[in-house]
Ligand binder design. Structure first.
Ligand SMILES: Cc1cc2nc3c(=O)[nH]c(=O)nc-3n(C[C@H](O)[C@H](O)[C@H](O)COP(=O)(O)OP(=O)(O)OC[C@H]3O[C@@H](n4cnc5c(N)ncnc54)[C@H](O)[C@@H]3O)c2cc1C
Length: 481
């Protein structure tokens, strides 16, 4: 271990953005990563057969495009290319029917028949104001928005449930679209805030599209690592930090970990009230994920589903709601709502010629070790008859295995904390600055801080800016951030 100005523990996207921000400010930064490769939830690997490259975790990256943190990082100069399907996401229903979001609000509205007006009323202003609204929800939730009226209007609507939002629509197709986007929240669909997700995801879909990274999500991490090392930053892999006391003395330590891990790393050093607040942090459901190597594209009955990367599988609004209610009540649904991604639709290089990779997960109770492969495959087969015949190989990761691969996914919760109203605003504890911990010079930068889960790097940027501000104060200099 060399002398450094700052240490970052964890090389997920947020840890790497934090490290890069510190290094760009002139600090000498070392990153310690438990896994054998950097990237955390942004890695790509041959999980099934040689030549089939699967995104181990994140695959679809609208947040990357919307994120202010990535605006200053020139990914394209490092060879990162985003491939955007015409259809952002689709939702099949029985009988070969489907609904989808892509293109303009008017185009989607026209495809929804009786719900055309309701779609325009719901999404028209959100999409028009997307550049005013999205930065607020990708921010710290602690500052006055630059466009307070647009933000307040959106914020009030976002408090409602997906069920209330679906109540505006009459057709099974439109209601299913709402359910599919709301399901990402992992909340019951009648819970407050579950209606925020379809609105935000709709805005992202119309404004940016839902792209994948050519060759796999790991290319983003490779670019961040290249930028960091060009600034004399270093990354040490296979290095699990078990206690903060084991780190060399360093004025600044930024942790890409969640509250439960911070308790493990520093429990005895933390003031009791802060430790209690961390212990109250709630985790959400886990996921069980399956990756497949396929002998061809998924034979969706609904052709729209063949032209998108992201497919929300689970049937009608009521079916998706039942699935998510089951999970939140500690049960494993028989017919789970599944998030499915098929990157080869836009990125054929992920698999050998004419073959495809496929990734899907469903939600399960936190800490579950139940293998949901059969139930997920049955759901896909229901909307794509013949799917099972194409399977060459598969790899399943249960919720407990997800945590074993990455300790930040506590109980398999890939969002690093439940999306409750309290935790969306006061994440991880009720403090004005969410990135400072109760320990001087120690910061949290994981998705357990605002704005939460996803590959956007904003938690890392927020933590690093706070740390730079504090370093500037200690040195008696003014910090620019
Ligand atoms: C199956 C799945 C699908 C997803 N799909 C998407 C998607 O399509 N789009 C999207 O935007 N997001 C998606 N996500 C979420 C996204 O991956 C995460 O929100 C994001 O990676 C969080 O970044 P992070 O840096 O906070 O943490 P992580 O990416 O979890 O990284 C944390 C890192 O810290 C390391 N670490 C933890 N503790 C220690 C320790 N004590 N010592 C050393 N190292 C440690 C871990 O090994 C890990 O590498 C998905 C996640 C999963 C699991």
């Amino acid at each position: 271990m060399r002398h450094t100005d700052a240490i970052v523990v964890g090389a997920g996207p947020n840890g790497l953005v934090a490290a890069l921000t510190l290094a760009r400010a002139g600090l000498k930064v070392d990153v310690y990563e438990a896994a054998s490769d950097p990237g955390g939830g942004c890695r790509t690997a041959e999980l099934t057969l040689p030549g089939f490259r699967h995104d181990v975790c994140s695959a679809v990256h609208p947040l990357l495009l919307a994120s202010p943190a990535f605006r200053d990082i020139d990914l394209s100069s490092r060879g990162v290319r985003l491939l955007t399907p015409v259809v952002a996401f689709a939702h099949p229903l029985d009988g070969g029917r489907s609904a989808s979001v892509g293109g303009t609000v008017a185009e989607v509205a026209a495809s929804l028949g009786v719900d055309a007006q309701a779609y325009t009323r719901t999404f028209g202003s959100i999409v028009r104001d997307a550049d005013k609204i999205l930065p607020v929800f990708l921010g710290t939730m602690r500052s006055v928005p630059r466009h307070p009226i647009a933000a307040a209007e959106f914020g009030l609507r976002a408090l409602s449930s997906a069920q209330a939002l679906a109540g505006r629509f009459r057709s099974e197709e439109a209601r299913a679209l709402i359910a599919g986007a709301a399901g990402h929240s992992m909340l019951p669909l009648n819970a407050p805030l579950s209606g925020a997700f379809p609105r935000l995801f709709g805005a992202l879909a119309h404004r940016y599209g839902w792209p994948v990274v050519e060759g796999g999500s790991a290319a983003v991490v490779d670019a961040l690592v290249a930028d960091l090392t060009s600034l004399d930053g270093r990354i040490e892999t296979n290095c699990l930090v078990k206690n903060l006391a084991d780190l060399p003395p360093t004025p600044t330590v930024v942790l890409d970990v969640t509250p439960r891990q911070l308790l493990d790393l520093a429990g005895d050093q933390l003031p009791r009230s802060y430790a209690r607040a961390l212990a109250r942090y709630r985790y959400g459901p886990g996921v069980c994920k399956v990756d497949w190597a396929l002998d061809g594209p998924v034979p969706w009955a609904a052709t729209t589903c063949r032209h998108t990367v992201t497919v929300h599988v689970g049937g009608t609004f009521e079916e998706v709601a039942l699935s998510e209610a089951d999970v939140n009540a500690g049960r494993h649904p028989d017919r789970p709502y599944c998030l499915v991604t098929q990157p080869c639709v836009v990125d054929p290089g992920r698999a050998p010629k004419d073959r495809h990779t496929l990734w899907a997960y469903c939600h399960v109770p936190n800490g579950s070790d139940v293998d949901m492969t059969d139930r997920i495959e049955a759901q896909i087969e229901r909307f794509a008859p013949g799917f099972r015949d194409l399977i060459l190989a598969r790899s399943t990761t249960t919720a407990t295995a997800t945590e074993a691969h990455n300790p930040s996914y506590v109980g398999g919760d890939i969002s690093a904390g439940a999306a409750t109203l309290r935790q969306m605003v006061f994440r991880p504890t009720v403090r004005w600055n969410p990135y400072r911990t109760a320990l001087r010079g120690v910061y949290l930068c994981s998705a357990a801080t605002p704005p939460g889960g996803g590959v956007h790097g904003m938690c890392g940027l927020g933590a690093a800016r706070t740390a730079l501000h504090d370093v500037g104060q200690q040195r008696g200099t003014r910090s620019s951030s």
